[in-house]
Design a protein around this ligand. Structure first.
Ligand code: TMP
Length: 208
């Protein structure tokens, strides 16, 4: 594989989608081939699974079933989109990847870490992101950002403050476990200020 795979992680309302777009635009101006994608989603199978997940009523789905669906979507997304694009030299920027399964299905919904890692091994083997940016912000800020959205809210947009805190700690933990590929970025403050920090990291880790 010759391309690079960059993932963005963090709780709901931390501003991932904005930063993904800013980074993609900046890399394109450097003349790089860039593709934005997301999980669950990114291709036909993944988007159908995303719809299924988002249309289920809160907590209707068994947590292990949810984890299996996330990895089914991920497997197809990886085989059909991520790997081929990387083979063509693309910088693939993914809004969430398997750290989200470790946090949402694992930490929040209590599917054991080992079970999630077993699903990871079966579906994508030893594949890992080249860089994971974890956007970290206190739950009051993420809840406020979410309340400003005009989108239809899903189960995770309706999380309580304590659940936001659990998710935040979960991502801080994944950053420790996967420290060689993870960087935690303070996501409070203006979009441009946050982006400047991210660009510096990408420059140092992947472009120098
Ligand atoms: P979002 O990407 O628009 O925030 O919505 C996706 C939701 O799906 C988000 O709340 C987190 C959740 N999710 C999981 O529960 N497990 C996963 O593995 C992934 C990728 C997302």
């Amino acid at each position: 594989m010759t391309g690079k795979f960059i993932t963005f992680e963090g709780g709901d309302g931390v501003g991932k989608t904005t930063q993904v777009t800013l980074l993609a635009d900046a890399l394109k101006t450097l003349g790089l081939k860039v593709k934005i994608t997301r999980e669950p989603g990114g291709n036909m199978v993944g988007e159908k699974i995303r719809c299924l997940m988002k249309s289920s009523s809160p907590s209707a789905m068994d947590p292990l079933c949810e984890a299996l669906l996330m990895f089914a979507a991920r497997r197809d997304h990886w085989v059909k989109l991520i790997k081929p694009l990387m083979d063509e030299g693309y910088f693939v920027i993914c809004d969430r990847f398997y750290d989200s399964s470790l946090v949402y299905q694992g930490v929040l919904k209590k599917v054991p870490f080992e079970d999630i890692m077993a699903l990871k091994k079966i579906t994508i083997g030893d594949f890992e992101p080249d860089l994971t940016i974890i956007l970290d912000v206190c739950s009051d800020v993420s809840i406020e950002r979410l309340s400003g959205r005009k989108l239809i809210l899903d189960e995770y947009d309706l999380l309580k403050k304590n659940e936001h805190d659990i998710i935040r700690k979960g991502f801080q933990k994944t950053a420790e476990i996967f420290s060689s590929r993870s960087v935690v970025v303070d996501a409070a403050g203006s979009e441009q200020k946050i982006f400047a920090k991210i660009m510096k990291i990408v420059q140092k880790r992947l472009l120098d």
